[in-house]
Write a protein that binds this ligand. Structure first.
Ligand code: PMP
Length: 340
């Protein structure tokens, strides 16, 4: 979609075509050139606008969704906000099952956008009837005229990024991109972007970002689902305690894991050094990039695109709250690092 310079007929016409911005300071000691693709410029302030609008448009075209119907989804918040926004504009009811790990800001925003929100415990197995997957499934089955977006197991998720985010990066870098660093949750972004870019140039490296406490990296390396990898962590939207079929592991070259603390501190450094107010996973993606650099994946000629998935305003009561940071023992380094 090309951004219309004149009148837009609804907010939904503004989905996609997000800017690519060079990082100048946080990367100054690194080899290569680094660009952030800032998905907060979507009208719902995250990359999830892309999949929500792609999946709903297709359901409308296929005749499975008509005005007054209900959209049901499991979501860490961002997909929910995008679905709620589109439902508001198009006249659907939106019911969301949300993890209790989601920030209160996100839950309040979903409600403000008109969604019905069910908060479910974060630290139960995915097949537990209380999990947000099972709750969403049940609501879908009990609600006539509903569709279940099912982003973790819906191939349209990565297809949306294959048709939008991937081509945008190729075009914005004039085909010069050498690496992309992408957070992996459902895996829709990394899989769609990775597939498109590798089709354009098979030498492009697709670098994933996973969380300590998640199974994705180990699964990618060994094909094994290792329950011992799973433990609670704080970053929202990154990593998983199951293997999402929306992830195409074959287009991912490797994963790097990041900690809650380093990601939070790095998100704050991005604000200080670049003036870019990213979310928690933007910090995670930047942190993973620094770690990949330490492992010598980049050289002077590297043109590395980092996808920053959402906006910092969603984390005011988390990583941008000194109280929250202190409570989790994350803060001391901020003062040290801010001296840089
Ligand atoms: N960052 C945030 C804040 C997210 O909400 C998500 C989605 N879970 C991701 C990153 C990961 O994107 P994807 O689901 O496409 O892998």
């Amino acid at each position: 979609m090309t951004r219309n310079q004149g009148i837009n007929h609804s907010i939904l016409e503004l989905v996609g075509e997000t800017p690519l911005v060079q990082l100048n300071c946080i990367t100054k000691d690194l080899k290569g050139t680094y660009y952030a693709k800032i998905e907060a410029f979507n009208p719902g302030h995250s990359a999830k606008d892309r999949i929500a609008s792609y999946i709903i448009d297709k359901a409308e075209r296929d005749g499975v969704l008509k005005v007054g119907d209900t959209i049901v989804e499991t979501t860490s918040g961002n997909t929910g906000f995008s679905l709620a926004m589109i439902s508001m504009v198009k006249g659907y009811k939106c019911i969301l099952a949300v993890s209790s790990k989601s920030s209160q800001d996100k839950i309040d925003m979903l409600k403000t956008m008109g969604a019905e929100v069910h908060v479910c415990p974060a630290n139960v197995p995915a097949d537990d009837p209380r999990s947000y997957y099972e709750v969403a499934k049940r609501i879908h089955l009990e609600t006539p005229g509903s569709i279940y977006i099912n982003q973790y197991f819906n191939s349209l998720n990565s297809e949306a990024h294959y048709h939008s985010t991937g081509p945008e990066i190729w075009k914005q870098t004039k085909g010069q991109v050498t690496h992309v660093v992408v957070a992996s949750g459902t895996g829709g972004t990394i899989s769609g972007v990775g597939k498109y870019l590798k089709e354009m140039n098979p030498n492009i490296k697709v670098l994933g970002v996973d969380a300590y406490g998640s199974v994705l990296k180990k699964y990618h390396e060994s094909g094994e689902f290792d329950e011992n990898e799973i433990f609670p962590y704080k970053i929202e939207g990154l990593g998983k305690n199951l293997i999402p079929s929306a992830t195409n592991f074959s287009v991912i070259d490797q994963y790097e894991k990041v900690t809650d603390k380093s990601s939070a501190l790095t998100a704050r450094r991005i604000v200080k050094l670049e003036g870019i107010f990213g979310g928690y996973t933007s910090g995670a993606v930047m942190q993973a990039t620094l770690q990949y650099h330490d492992k010598e994946l980049f050289d002077e000629n590297s043109k590395v695109v980092l996808i920053f998935p959402d906006h910092g305003s969603r984390y005011m009561n988390k990583i941008y709250s000194d109280i929250w940071m202190r409570k989790h023992g994350f803060l001391e380094e901020v003062y040290k690092e801010s001296a840089i």
